[in-house]
Ligand binder design. Structure first.
Ligand code: AP5
Length: 221
């Protein structure tokens, strides 16, 4: 039972690592990016409002994301812990999250900062492929699917995210860098932050995260 935030730039591997962690720890994976993309796909009011921000690589307004998150944290499966990916993105969101969790008598146990260089970010995002059906992540060269254009897991069609264009990637990195220092300090001050170099092999990064998760599990005796 552990509540983990994965923090890091676009392309750090938050989604990739969250999926593996969620499997290994039997916890739900909550990705605000995935939830927003599902809303866009479903054509909800939230999706309609969020779409332009996402396509430009800007943050969706805090209140919209907060409403979505309150709804998600109202579900029963989060009671035994969770992996949170893509939230918070700024101090306001970090405080909102603390408030949402406090209302449910919960708190974050550990924040993992996946430190990644700009060169690696651009290589990863420009080659990323995502399943249109189950949202699984692949990469043209780093993690290619067994059959070109087809998801290994559900046989869905793979596509390139609209925000993975070079101009938008650059904007996402700028937006990220404007906010991250304050967030890092916020979680350092509460002794929850653990930094990892995430430029390397995904399996090695996962092993390091698993070690930290074991050390920081509040139920550890
Ligand atoms: P979101 O979907 O959260 O995007 P992001 O934060 O930019 O992160 P990414 O999903 O691009 O990267 P990732 O770190 O998950 O990397 P991945 O594992 O896929 O958000 C999208 C948009 O939604 C935002 O721009 C914003 O508009 C909006 N939004 C979301 N949350 C919001 C919030 N809280 N507030 C406001 N707006 C919000 O890996 C990338 C690629 O690299 C993959 O192809 C993968 O196969 C490969 N890869 C991963 N790890 C490795 C490795 N170790 N070695 C080699 N290849 C690797």
């Amino acid at each position: 039972m552990i509540r983990i935030i994965l923090l890091g730039p676009p392309g750090a591997g938050k989604g990739t690592q969250s999926v593996k962690l969620a499997q290994q720890l039997s916890l739900p994976h909550i990705s605000t990016g995935d939830l927003l993309r599902q809303n866009v796909k479903d054509g909800t009011e939230l999706g309609k409002e969020a779409k332009d921000y996402m396509n430009k690589g800007q943050l969706v307004p805090d209140e919209l994301v907060a409403q979505m998150l309150v709804k998600r944290f109202g579900m029963d499966d989060v009671k035994g812990g969770f992996i949170l990916d893509g939230y918070p993105r700024n101090i306001n969101q970090a405080k909102t999250l603390d408030g949402i969790l406090k209302d449910k008598k919960m708190a974050i146990d550990m924040v993992i900062y996946l430190d990644t260089s700009d060169v690696v970010i651009i290589q990863r995002l420009s080659g990323r492929l995502v399943c249109s059906s189950c949202a699984a992540n692949f990469h043209k060269t780093n993690m290619p699917p067994k059959v070109s254009g087809v998801c290994d897991l559900c046989k869905g069609k793979l596509y390139q995210r609209t925000d993975d264009k070079e101009e938008t990637i650059k904007n996402r990195i700028v937006v990220y860098k404007n906010e991250v220092a304050a967030l890092i300090k916020y979680y350092q001050d509460s002794n929850k932050l653990h930094s990892l170099n995430a430029d390397g092999d995904a399996g090695i990064v996962l092993n390091k995260i698993m070690e930290l998760a074991k050390e920081n599990d509040p139920l550890k005796v």
